[in-house]
Design a binder for this molecule. Sequence first.
Ligand code: UTP
Length: 469
Amino acid sequence: MPFENIENQDLINRLQEFNQSHVLQFWSELTPAQRDQLTNQLETFDFQLIHSLTELASAQSPWEKIAREAEVPPAITLAQQAPEDSLYQQARATGTEALAAGKVGMILVAGGQGTRLGFDHPKGMFPIGPVSNRTLYQMHFEQVLGRSRQFGVRIPLYVMTSPPTHDETTQFLTDNHFFGMDPADVKIFCQGVMPAVDKDGKLLLETKSSVFVSPDGHGGTLEALARSGCLQDAKTRGIEHLFYGQVDNPLIQTCDPALVGYHLNSESEMTSQVVRKTDWSQKVGNVVSIDGKVQIIEYSDLPEKYAKQTNSDGALKLWAGSIAVHLFKLDFLDRSLSQAGSLPFHLANKKVPFLDASGKQVEPDEPNAIKFERFIFDLLPLAENAIVCEVKSEDGFCAVKNAAPANSETPQHVKDAISDLHRRWLQAAGVDLAPGITVEISPTFAADVESLKDKIPAGTKITETTYFK
Ligand code: UTP
């Protein structure tokens, strides 16, 4: 009798109602502490939600209909961002004013498990500086520090971890003294988790006394920001907008004043930075407008015939690719929180190791489970006046996703992209660079081309690999 000594009859009833009693199959072998561990974990699950989500797995996808109606979103294109353009100058001025007034904070999400990279630590600890070997964390922290100094203001940094990355991240950042940031300006908060189910909707046991769970997606940011008190902290500091970036993209133009300005001047509640897709099949989320609401259709969901549509000049119609850099109005985040279920769950088929009925560990070769994740970009359709702002891919986006020898998004690709970007900055500042040398600029030295011009006289010759710090 598997249910002996479980006092919580309500839990037993729920497990039976939702056909999940198998999670107690090793109950008689568990110590009292393990029994507590298991029941405490099960108490955190919303079985009704898991059941409804599992039913979705077999539902027909609505993407054909949605894609048919997809139009181009309201956009500030690169052509509109020429330095001599008066709207660009206004945007830079407005953004600079807001940043200098301390109205902008930064969220960095780092709760993912980096499975594709196969690194044994949180991804933020991965060394990526092409000359310095700085980690992703150091690069992001110094970017925030560089902006703080540039605008003479404290910019708080909210770092989201997850249960698998939290303790090691906290230790690493503390040991490294937050890379020069005032500890009072760094808040580390932890996102939630969701269980996965097998093809029959059954929870998977990770051990005899625990069910497999994984982080609930970067969309978990919203709830976790509120639960951790970080949203309140931002309000108390007078922050009105939060810049959002992901730890695996060291090219993020952190708190870029023009981007902040466009967001403010458009009275946008959520602004997303995008790149112009170079190919219809490029693996980025497609930012589109449907019925006047901006939203993202993932590349895997956009039917080919819609992805391939072109304008009369032959350019792709649905051109805007998401790079997961957003800017949120704080009031909007507050409002979204109060709209229950404002972020839907997405389902993904993944390989999840589990214990079978005999207690044997199974390492599946094929996807055997459905994981449930929320995505932060699903806030876009809820936002008033949402816009997108184009950035050149090589200036703002190169994420570390895959281990070598993959064809794209490997550490070497990202190192090259950082050095190439900084070479272009130096050349734009009038520096004479020897061909082929690797360079890297710390944001505490210069945050952009303009500040670089103040640091290095035009005409300076650089003949060897150099780290400017
Ligand atoms: P990805 O899913 O692309 O990368 O998340 P990952 O999770 O790091 O690596 P894989 O997919 O397991 O190989 C993009 C960004 O969103 C964050 C990640 O840390 C990364 O910066 N993220 C993802 C979270 O913060 N929480 C999540 O639950 C998922």
